[in-house]
Design a protein around this ligand. Sequence first.
Ligand code: ADP
Length: 297
Amino acid sequence: MELSIRNLSKTYSNGVKALQDVSLQIPTGMYGLLGPNGAGKSTLMRILATLQDADSGSATLGSIDALNQKHEVRKVLGYLPQDFGVYPKISAQDMLDHLALLKGIANRGERKAVVESLLERTNLAEHRKKALTGFSGGMRQRFGIAQALLGNPKLIIVDEPTAGLDPGERNRFYNLLAEIGENVIVILSTHIVEDVKELCTNMAVIHLGRVLLSGSPDNALTALRGRIWQKSIAKAQVEDYERQFKVISTKLIAGRPTIHIYSEADPGDGFHAVPADLEDVFFSAIRGFAGTREYAA
Ligand code: ADP
C-alpha cells in the first residue's frame, strides 16, 4: 500500500497559505514529516485524517480516494492528534474498551482480547486500572498509540508525538513506533530532527506550506557531502560570520560557539569539512541553501 499525495493546497480564511502544491509519495514504513512550527504539518495530517478539507489536489491510499472516500479512509486509519486532549478520570482499560466499541468491535470477548493485547503492546498493562488523568506524558502518548492501533489500521498518523517527553520516555516511544512501522504506513509529523534520524526510512522537509525536499535521509545526507564546513569561533564573531557565510547552525560546544556553514567550495578561513548530519539537511533546506530537490528513495 502506498499513500500518494498530489498538488495539495489549503489556504485558511485569514489568508494563510498553510499548504502550497504539496506532492508526496509515502510507502509502507516510517515516514518523517519534518518542519518547524507553522510549517503546515498539522494541516496536512488533519486533511489526511479526513478532519479537514483541502482546497485543491488529490490523494490516494492504495485504491481509496483519500480525500473523498472518507468513510473508507476512517476504516483503515489510526490517528494520534497533536493534542489528544481527552484524559478523563476513567481507567486506561475502560477507556480503550469504550473506544473499541466506537470502532465497531461489538463482541465483548473480542473487545477484551483486543484491549488486553494493546495494553501489553504499549507497555501499559500494569497501569490498566489507573485513571488516565494520573498518567505521565510518556504514558499518555503510549495510550494515544494504543487507541490509534484499534482496528488494525493500515495508515497511522502521529502528529508531534514526542514533544514534551523526557529522554527515557522518548526512547520507549521510539521503540514502540519502530515496531509498528514494519508493516503499515506510519506518518510521523515532528519538528524534532532526532525523531526522524532514529526512526524514519523516508522523509520530507516542509516549510511555509511547501515541500523543500523528500526522499531517504541517506540520500539527503549524501547530497550535502563536501558542502558542510565547521569552525569553532568566539562569541563576538557570530554575527560577523552570519553576514559573511551561509550559516546553517551555531551550537555551543563546551561553552564555545561552533558553526556549520554551507559552501560548495572550500571557504578557507580555518573551516574544515565535516560529514553532514540530518540537522544540516533540515536547516540547509529551511534556509534555502540546498535548494528544492527530490531524492529518490
Ligand atoms: P504545524 O503543524 O507545522 O505547526 P499548522 O498546520 O498548524 O503547522 O499551521 C500552518 C499555518 O496555518 C500556520 O501559519 C498557522 O498559524 C496557520 N493555521 C493553522 N490552523 C489555522 C486555522 N484554523 N485558521 C487560520 N490559520 C491557521
